[in-house]
Design a binder for this molecule. Sequence first.
Ligand code: ZN
Length: 224
Amino acid sequence: MGDTDSWMLSVFDYFCSKTKILTEYSSLLLENAVNELSKLPGIGKKTALRLALHLLREDKSRTETLSRSLMMLREKIMFCERCHNISDSAVCGICSNLRRDENVVCVVEDMRDVMAIERTASYNGLYHVLGGVISPIESIAPADLYIDHLIQRITQEPIREVILALPATIEGDTTSFYIYRKIKSDSLKITTIAKGVAIGDALEFTDEVTLGRSIQQRTLFDQG
Ligand SMILES: [Zn+2]
């Protein structure tokens, strides 16, 4: 290798190190896209690269539609002012459905549980999404959840039964017990989903038949 070649190589190395043109992706634009995609939960660098390359192979309009739908989601999505479920309007489709039984309210941790219970087609009441469960480890206190609003709903709406459908974990049980203590009264039936949901299971991962049976065969909440 002559002097000129080695000089050119060292200049080239310097240029690459400064501009990062020769990354493992051979394109900074691709690298940026992969980095952003891999920040999503469950998406590693390999999957992110596969998704980015897939979008590049597809018609450009597909990427535009995807970008637009994500922006619309961020800008237009609302949370139901009655039950805190995700919604396209101020009051969600379940709360505004006159065929739903407004005497029964099912208390769940988050909107994924609403979706899981709706898929069972075994429940016709309303919901109340807490937005989490009480967790001292994660510094989630009762005031961080929509518990006060649940209490307010019980006084303002014709609710006769509250179903506590929280996860069978220490945090879920603690939250159920806390709510039970806050809302118990002679005029209110407080139940909990029972059979079939394994200890530690998240509702969203429970199969539809098991979850459907659990909500139909609910039992009175036992404070013991
Ligand atoms: Zn609602």
